[in-house]
Design a binder for this molecule. Structure first.
Ligand code: SF4
Length: 490
């Protein structure tokens, strides 16, 4: 039977999909090894494809882009030997724009451009909300696109810029871009890192020996033994070289930051640090908020593994109800798998999760999950728990109802497909067939991320558009297609 690479989440279309992970390093020997390790640590942010670009004075720019996991593609010497040099960047992706869910190799980053002053490669995490308009304009003016990715617009804008250096051209290009972007880029000798003015997507700086590293998350620094230095500020561009170290610029009009609050809930790894806070501790705090806001009499608190685990621990600690692993995850699912036939697909979530029957039988169970998107997986999990003999099933969700799509680099279904867009909380409970269903409130979530007074509706500290419909950047391409905003964006 043929073995094939499955799509990122072969049996789970019921999660918001992580966007992309980016990583870069300068001033080390064998940069490609560092980049491969960094990307491996960031694999949870995108599993469809990955790529690495390095520069070596003897061979020039070198690039390898592959479909599938980092560990399957960037560990063999036949690939790694083609990537010499002391500077390199890399990207792991799940497609969020362009060919959704069907990454073509031409869409795999980093992208490369040859300019009069030399070459540059870029890797982008996020989504440009005016990409369609930019692309149209660029094509009218003669640009020839190689991919369907919004990120390629940046290379074409750089090509058209009159800036004298590559960092100047990147600044000029990004001033035309709207939406969310964290970027790592490189020239022959410089590593660059940029965050959009709102700082929607993360990017951190680390020090590794005499060199420097940039990573989407701190877990990418940990794996290479780099010391965490700081976050790249919203609206900041850093240009890093072995000779001059880190030079910082602020090329954009300053705005109040609006970091993605969902990074705290789900996207980032629990061992990463975001905004000076441990992601694990934040998730545990969300669970505590949930227990305060939505208590229920029950025998066990069980996480939906793995992402519901810290919140379930928090719920248990706050409520005093014992924590138990009522659902066990098959750790090897989602890697290489036998061809997913229709029959296997119908087994659905059972392939990934199994109920710990001996523990569940006769018990009133609180199931803690990070989010409900379409509700399809939640229904199946509820059935499995009831089949195992649970007396009651209570869902507690560690995020508010996801009622709006994300346009900033996260793959969300169309609004009509989001359960919370069409149903009240009570209707959702009935639809899922559970004894009770409660979501943490937006204020509770803000308290858990350290905003003691909850969400300030006049000036929220985070992007929370997928819960509130309050978009910090107008999604202009989507508005052109007829998408209606609830409140005016900036
Ligand atoms: S809409 Fe949601 S997922 Fe998207 S950036 Fe904002 S908070 Fe994050």
């Amino acid at each position: 039977m043929p073995l094939i690479m499955p799509p990122a989440h072969p049996f789970d279309d019921d999660k918001l999909r992580e966007e992309c992970g980016i990583f870069g390093v300068v001033g080390v020997t064998d940069a490609a090894n560092f980049v491969a390790l960094g990307l491996h640590a960031l694999q949870h942010r995108g599993q469809e494809a990955g790529g690495i670009v390095t520069y070596d004075p003897a061979t020039g720019f070198n690039s390898a882009r592959r479909m599938g996991y980092v560990r399957d593609n960037f560990t063999h010497s036949d690939v790694m030997q083609t990537l010499p040099g002391g500077i390199g960047i890399g990207h792991v992706r799940y497609s969020t724009a362009g060919n959704k869910g069907q990454t073509a190799i031409r869409d795999v980053q980093p992208f490369f451009g040859e300019f009069a002053m030399g070459g540059a490669a870029i890797a982008h995490n996020g989504n440009l909300t005016n990409a369609a308009a930019l692309r149209r304009e660029l094509i009218e003016r003669g640009s020839i696109f190689q991919s369907s990715s919004d990120s390629e617009c940046i290379i074409h804008l750089m090509a058209r810029s009159m800036g004298r250096t590559i960092p100047d051209r990147m600044e000029e290009a990004l001033r035309k871009a709207e939406g969310a972007f964290s970027i790592v880029a490189m020239t022959r000798s410089k590593l660059m890192g940029v965050r959009d003015p709102l700082g929607v997507r993360p990017l951190v700086l680390g020090k590794v020996g005499d060199g420097w590293a940039l990573s989407s998350e701190t877990c990418g620094l940990d794996i290479i033994g780099a010391d965490y230095v700081r976050e790249i500020e919203p609206g900041e561009m850093v240009v890093i070289s072995s000779e001059k170290g880190v030079e910082s610029h602020f090329p954009f009009r300053p705005q109040k930051p609006r970091f993605c609050i969902f990074e705290h809930v789900y996207f980032s790894r629990p061992d990463s640090i975001l905004g000076g806070r441990s992601v694990y501790e934040t998730r545990e705090a969300i669970g505590r908020e949930l227990a305060k806001e939505a208590p229920v009499d029950a025998d066990l608190v069980c996480p939906v593994p793995d992402s519901g685990t810290p919140a379930a621990i928090g719920y248990s600690l706050q409520s005093g109800i014992p924590y138990a692993m009522g659902i066990i995850r098959n750790q090897y699912m989602g890697r290489t798998f036998i061809e997913p036939t229709e029959q296997i697909r119908n087994m659905g979530v059972r392939l990934k999760l199994n109920v710990n029957r001996a523990l569940i039988r006769g018990k009133r169970v609180i199931l803690v999950d990070d989010s409900v998107v379409r509700g399809t997986t939640s229904r199946k999990i509820k059935e499995m728990i009831l089949d195992a003999g649970a007396a009651e099933v209570h869902f507690r969700i560690a995020s508010p109802p996801t009622a709006w799509p994300c346009f900033y680099g996260v793959d969300t279904p169309q609004r009509e497909k989001l359960l919370a867009a069409t149903m009240s909380e009570d209707e959702m409970r009935e639809h899922l067939g559970v004894d009770s269903l409660r979501f943490v409130s937006l204020d509770g979530l803000y308290r858990a991320v350290g905003q003691a007074k909850g969400r300030d509706p006049r000036s929220p500290a985070y992007c929370d558009a997928c819960f509130s419909g309050d978009y910090p950047v107008a999604p202009s391409d989507m508005i052109e297609k007829g998408f209606k905003l609830l409140t005016p964006a900036q």
